[in-house]
Design a protein around this ligand. Structure first.
Ligand code: ASP
Ligand code: MG
Length: 416
């Protein structure tokens, strides 16, 4: 019998009414002959509430203790959902991560899954039970409870689907799929029927918040077909209709999709850039500048180093805006003192806009079309970075929405 994993996000689990709807939807799939594992998130707002309590006690909560409590939201969800299923006549059983067990490393608040035991769960499924497993949490080798990072239930679901060899992983959420761009910015944005996992990976890392990026990595590594669907539709809608209502994350080779050159426009408003002028152009300099930034746990994204003039060059990089002040402090303290660079300047009002699409591999002229569109809108490009399937530009945050709308139009993304 085919196994399907369902994941429900916080909004979908947001009230007992909604949990009853989830139960109806799950029961419908079970009645259709599938084995079902459900991985829910905490009820919406719950994880934030718990972390808030911790911060009232300790400004920087101890990570082990934080995981001990942050993981409890999901524990409430699984128990309630199991009851909701039992209340409508289904056999159901809930498990916390440590009961399965879902083993992780000991990196509290951002643990990585190392293994998932399938023995207990497979036995339950064989007995006709619907199995409900907490998202977000796991257990390390010493028995400490860990969590997988914010939004980690997506990763739990895909990892469980892979470990249990499910046919598909269905991620039910408060949007009905993956769009060409954020519909709040471009009202003509269109839902994609399919997106390749590589595109999804780029979009997740470029600021699209539909799925936690690690879950997309799992989907790719284990080739787990993963579908994003709305949980806000009628829970009893016919299966055949439901299954085509979202976005399937697919594998390029598997599909003979008609390939658009560009699949989507991603953006990230909250970027900041820092430039060190007059850096000596010699081996080890990039390391000396960025080493201390990495040591401060700040993620560096775009980097450029100019052609050197008389042995000196300028070095520019971007960081998340939330880390801007810290990055500036690090630079001022270490770089200026130790490598004899000139001045440091920064700008925390920049945004990144990216065009993404596997079609780029086989089409030329995407970059020039992107740059022409931006120039026609009078938007200055400050930095550029590319990969095989994306081109990103850094621009003044004032023009971000304009750029997204213009590019969406220029690449014909509103047309079906
Ligand atoms: N409850 C966790 C969070 O709010 C995990 C999740 O919802 O995926 O981040
Ligand atoms: Mg989420």
């Amino acid at each position: 019998m085919a196994l399907i994993v369902h994941k429900y996000g916080g909004t979908s689990m947001g009230s007992t009414e909604r949990i009853k709807n989830v139960a109806k939807r799950v029961a419908k799939w079970h009645d259709a002959g599938y084995q079902i594992i459900v991985v829910p998130s905490a009820m919406s707002g719950e994880t934030n509430r718990i972390i808030g309590l911790a911060k009232e006690i300790m400004a920087e909560p101890d990570p082990r203790e934080l995981d001990m409590i942050a993981s409890t939201g999901e524990q409430v969800s699984v128990g309630l959902l199991s009851m909701a299923l039992q209340a409508i006549g289904k056999k159901a059983v809930s498990y916390a991560g440590w009961q399965v067990p879902i083993k992780t490393d000991s990196a509290y608040t951002k643990a990585r899954i190392s293994s998932i035991d399938d023995v207990k769960v497979k036995a339950d499924l064989a007995e006709g039970k619907i199995v409900i497993i907490t998202g977000f949490q796991g257990v390390d080798d010493l028995g400490n409870i860990t969590t997988l990072g914010r939004g980690g239930s997506d990763t739990s679901a895909v990892a469980i689907a892979a470990a249990m060899k499910a046919q598909e992983c269905l991620i039910y959420t408060d949007v009905d799929g993956v769009y060409t761009t954020d519909p709040r910015v471009v009202s003509e944005a269109r839902r994609l029927n399919t997106v390749t996992f590589e595109e999804m990976l780029e979009m997740a890392s470029l600021g699209s918040k539909v799925l936690q990026i690690r879950s997309v990595e799992f989907a790719g590594n284990y080739r787990m077909p993963t579908r994003v669907l709305s949980s806000l539709t009628d829970p009893l809608m016919p299966l055949a209709e439901e299954i085509v209502s979202g976005t399937l994350i697919s594998f390029e080779e598997d599909t003979n999709m008609e390939q658009a050159t560009i699949t989507g426009i991603a953006f990230n408003r909250d970027e900041a850039k820092l430039t060190v002028f007059g850096v000596p152009d010699k081996p080890g300099i990039a390391y000396q500048i960025l080493g201390p930034v990495a040591d401060a746990n700040i993620e560096v994204d775009m980097i450029i180093q100019n052609q050197s003039v008389e042995g000196k060059t300028d070095f520019t990089f971007t960081v998340p805006r939330a880390d801007y002040n810290k990055a500036m402090e690090v630079l001022n303290a270490s770089v200026k003192a130790h490598i004899g660079a000139g001045s440091i300047i920064g700008d925390a009002k920049v945004s990144k806009v990216s065009v993404v699409g596997v079609g780029m591999r086989s089409h030329v002229g995407i970059a020039s079309q992107m740059f022409r569109t931006l120039s026609e809108e009078g938007i200055n490009i400050q930095m550029i970075s590319t990969s095989e399937i994306k081109i990103s530009v850094l621009i003044d945050e004032k023009y971000m929405e304009l750029a997204v709308r213009a590019l969406h139009k220029a690449f014909g993304l509103e047309a079906a």
